[in-house]
Design a protein around this ligand. Sequence first.
Ligand code: IMP
Length: 202
Amino acid sequence: MRTLSAGELIAATHNSGKVKELKALFEPLGFKVVSAIDLDLPEPEETEKTFVGNAILKAKAAAEATGKPALSDDSGLAVTALDGAPGIYSARWAGEPRDFGLAMEKVRAELDAKGTTDYSARFICVLAICWPDGHSEAFEGEIAGHLEFPPRGDRGFGYDPIFVATGETITFGEMDPDRKHAMSHRADAFKKLTAWLEAVAN
Ligand code: IMP
């Protein structure tokens, strides 16, 4: 059975918004989170067709490159009326260089083209841990809500300015980051990961 002892953990992401949120989650547990940005690691191409597949691919690349356990996050926005799009392509909808204003406009244009009134959506997050020998564990979390336009707030990243979680009136972009971190898809995946950590420790 695998365990993960507190120590250095490589955050296998080049997204500074994610690094910030992963640090906020893992550092209180005693991990020292060092990111792929800090280490100037190459960014692997996301060739898988699922969040789990891409999360494992990214964690594996960072664990192999560093010889240390690596943590990755593959996440995205799944819009019900768009059959789950942009989904695993959430970052790619923002083009290169990333422009999430453009990506949010694209979501709105696609919803308009459908002529739908269903603006329900979910954020999905898979956290994967991969060890240098190739073993991996993955944990999936989500948060349900709906989209509102135009985008509001500049406190988060990505699609936060158009996402309103169920029961809330403000977007994730307007929300206090601590509050977002406590309820997000990432927090949900993190709860499953910590439950696993506790189970293997006992
Ligand atoms: P990837 O996991 O690197 O493929 O990128 C996921 C993309 O999904 C990010 O670039 C964001 O656009 C979006 N995303 C994931 N999590 C969040 C979040 O918490 N808020 C806003 N957008 C997110």
